[in-house]
Design a protein around this ligand. Structure first.
Ligand SMILES: [Mg+2]
Length: 232
């Protein structure tokens, strides 16, 4: 195997983002029910809206639809509650076996994830995969400007492991931002494209812009392992 380091994205790569959304909406709905004494199915309404692809300004829309009259301050509190709740998520199918297989082959494994803290750490801890990872980088801890497509997190990993270029591979799901920096650094890039993931229907960004295009696209964990084993 020509690669020595495999770096994974977190959301919709190691777990399904829709599962996080579902448990976040349940946490917000439970909070509102308790505080406002509501009986309406708030969580169900949010999940249906989410599934229709309407994900922006969810709690504003909820407040308007159910005439809750939530203040700006209250809405901000709900966003925080959603981001930082302890989520009911588990690794995607095949992920633990894949990580174990990569370790058996002597590869280093790392995480590189954008997103707000401590929410991202909550997600990663809940998955129970820490024992497989040699290094974990939450770009938020390097400053907001280190979020992808910034190369900051990738460069940090190169320095940490003393590896560079084609010895490294980044596995992610979002062609809009995941592959730009590692492509520029000469890494291999693999898009894990699962049905029902948030960016599944988003081939355009990756195809329109060669700089953002992943070297490979896979659907399943066994396929991902096969592809990595073939890389010279
Ligand atoms: Mg992602």
């Amino acid at each position: 195997m020509g690669i020595r380091l495999v770096v994974f994205d977190l959301d919709d790569t190691l777990f399904r983002e829709a599962d996080f959304a579902r448990s976040g909406f349940a946490a917000v709905a439970a909070d509102l029910r308790r505080r406002l004494g509501l009986r309406a199915d708030l969580a169900g309404w949010m999940i249906r809206r989410y599934r229709r692809g309407m994900r922006a300004n969810m709690f504003d829309a909820l407040s308007a639809h159910f005439r809750l009259g939530l203040s700006r301050r209250e809405l901000t509190r709900l966003v925080k509650l959603y981001r930082n709740h302890l989520p009911a998520i588990r690794p995607c199918r095949g992920v633990p076996a894949l990580l174990a297989a990569l370790r058996r082959r002597g590869l280093k494994i790392a995480l590189l994830s954008d997103g707000y803290m401590p929410g991202q750490r909550n997600k990663f801890q809940t998955l129970g995969l820490e024992r497989y990872f040699d290094k974990v980088v939450f770009t938020e801890e390097l400053g907001r400007r280190a979020w992808k497509p910034s190369p900051a997190g990738f460069e940090l990993l190169q320095r940490h492991f003393g590896l560079a270029g084609p010895a490294c591979v980044y596995v992610g799901d979002n062609p809009a931002k995941d592959f730009i920096a590692p492509n520029r650094l000469g890494w291999r890039t693999i898009r894990w494209r699962r049905p029902a993931s948030l960016h599944y229907d988003q081939p355009a960004a990756g195809q329109a812009d060669p700089a953002a295009r992943p070297s490979r696209t896979v659907r399943t964990a066994p396929e991902l392992l096969r592809v990595m084993c073939k890389i010279k």
